[in-house]
Design a protein around this ligand. Structure first.
Ligand SMILES: Nc1nc2c(c(=O)[nH]1)N(C=O)[C@@H](CNc1ccc(C(=O)N[C@@H](CCC(=O)O)C(=O)O)cc1)CN2
Ligand SMILES: Nc1nc2c(ncn2[C@@H]2O[C@H](COP(=O)(O)OP(=O)(O)OP(=O)(O)O)[C@@H](O)[C@H]2O)c(=O)[nH]1
Length: 447
């Protein structure tokens, strides 16, 4: 039996005691399983009260039974939902019964994978389903809903159509060389290509914001011991009260905290002081801190008026994509007032982690970087989408180069074909089994 015609089943609700628990079944055996459990044919999309019994007629639970005939269901297959009491023991019993009646246990994400394979949604939408469930902030959840509803996919598809139109245009020009006119010299082609590159740059920026909304803004806090890094973390987390995790590694390793600032997620990493050292353990800490910085969206240097000039060296050698923030802490000791300045090298904020003075400016800036207030137009995205869009940009740039330099239409068309392929990988038009496996296996069971 191939997996496409297997009937799959899983508990779709979270484990533990709950008011109601949901079991989900999808596949061709659903009508027969439903008839068995209900004692008659279920009415489509109707909530039936049912008494669930095992093979010997013993009571398992009582609850509701809903039948969604194909193709009007989540997966596009026949779907059955059994809503029992929210007890792991009872739901396990019900799951065992459903498996006796012809279903097998679903793999993680297998319901959504089938929805994707049956054309109910594209890959970006399927990924957004998982991101929605995992969202840790209001803004992240809203953005994931937008992607699930197709906001990101529509933009990718529109770009794909424009790209195909341009490629057809160029290929037509290659195909009629005898026409005397040099079609490739047509300024309309360059204009089209430039417009495409601009749209892509916009989409790339939106997708980068989408990753920040989805994953949380990654802020690496750096600074010498006693600069006030922990105090700052507590001040930011305390007033926002939503510390989610607090994973302390070994000494001098990186300490992470997730928090939500007015509905946007931040991932703070408190790193070891970044100084030159001969101690091998501390050196390893410093190495990790550098790794953390390279992955961060924001490098937040905590220092004070005395040490600022010296500590600023810690911000050199960072990739250009990392936002730089300098917090001049302990202004209560220096008897200065809070303020902030946008300087060429970084945003500077004068504040006190102890009294809280001036921290609002820092919060506002972090929220803005995290994508707060981006509102109705914001969608969630994943790193793989950003990488694919960057690939598209590389190919479009090459296409522009070869067109300008050599008028080599075939080469330009080939670059556009590759750009098309990279775009198609985002929504799953072109996707390998490996990619699909990697994506769906990270889902929850029952999703
Ligand atoms: N009980 C229950 N609640 C749930 C889900 C579910 O599967 N079961 N969902 C699971 O994620 C989410 C809702 N998503 C769903 C998406 C599509 C369809 C569906 O039946 N689609 C059909 C019919 C659409 C229509 O009538 O307009 C279709 O696409 O053809 C159902 C749920 C959240 N709540
Ligand atoms: N007066 C004043 N003291 C502060 C301020 N911020 C932190 N401190 C004090 O500075 C000391 C060090 O603060 P921490 O937050 O532990 O500094 P840290 O950078 O995390 O230090 P390590 O954990 O050793 O890396 C503590 O005694 C804090 O109370 C501030 O804004 N004003």
């Amino acid at each position: 039996m191939t997996s496409a015609v297997d009937t799959i089943a899983a508990i779709a609700s979270a484990p533990g005691a709950a008011g109601v628990g949901v079991l989900r079944v999808s596949g061709p055996a659903v009508p027969a399983i439903a008839r068995h459990l209900l004692g008659r044919d279920p009415q489509p999309r109707h909530a039936h009260f049912a008494v669930f019994r095992d093979a010997l007629g013993e009571l398992i639970d009582q609850g509701l039974l809903l039948y969604f005939p194909a193709p009007a269901s989540y997966t596009g297959e026949h779907v059955l939902e059994l809503q029992g009491h929210g007890s792991t023991v009872l739901l396990d019993g019900l799951l065992r019964r459903v498996c006796q009646l012809g279903a097998r246990l679903a793999r993680p994400g297998e319901f959504t994978e089938r929805a994707f394979l049956n054309g109910k949604m594209d890959l970006t939408q399927a990924e957004a389903v998982a991101d929605l469930i995992a969202a840790r902030s209001q803004a992240g959840a809203r953005a994931a809903l937008h992607s699930m509803e197709g906001m990101f996919s529509r933009k990718v598809d529109a770009l794909l159509q424009a790209l195909i139109a341009l490629r057809v245009h160029i290929e037509a020009a290659i195909d009629f060389p005898e026409e005397e006119i040099d079609f490739l010299a047509d300024p309309a082609i360059t204009r089209q290509l430039d417009a495409l590159r601009e749209r892509l740059a916009d989409l790339l920026r939106e997708a980068q914001r989408g990753v920040r909304l989805n994953d949380g803004l990654r802020v690496a806090i750096i600074g010498r011991p006693n600069a006030g890094k922990s105090s700052l973390l507590n001040a930011l987390a305390g007033s926002e009260r939503a510390i989610v995790t607090d994973i302390a590694g070994t000494t001098r390793d990186v300490l992470r905290e997730s928090l939500s600032l007015d509905g946007v997620a931040l991932e703070l990493a408190d790193t070891a002081g970044l100084r030159e050292t001969d101690d091998p353990v501390e050196r390893e800490g410093v190495r990790r801190a550098h790794g953390e910085l390279a992955r961060a969206d924001v490098a937040l240097l905590v220092t004070d008026t005395q040490h600022a000039e010296h500590d600023l060296a810690l911000l050199s050698d960072l990739p250009a994509s990392v936002e730089r923030l300098v917090l001049i802490n302990k202004i209560d000791l220096a008897h200065t007032h809070s303020r902030y300045e946008t300087r060429a090298d970084a945003i500077w904020v004068w504040a006190s982690a102890k009294t809280g003075e001036g921290l609002d400016a820092l919060r506002d800036y972090l929220k803005q970087l995290a994508g707060a207030g981006s509102g109705e137009g914001a969608f969630s995205a994943r790193r793989r989408h950003v990488l694919a869009l960057e690939q598209v940009a590389v190919h479009l740039d090459s296409a522009a180069d070869v067109l300008l330099a050599t008028r080599a239409g075939e080469l330009a068309a080939e670059e556009l074909r590759q750009a098309q392929h990279a775009l198609g990988e985002i929504t799953g038009t072109y996707s390998s089994d490996d990619l699909l496996g990697a994506i769906f296996s990270s889902f929850c069971i029952g999703k």
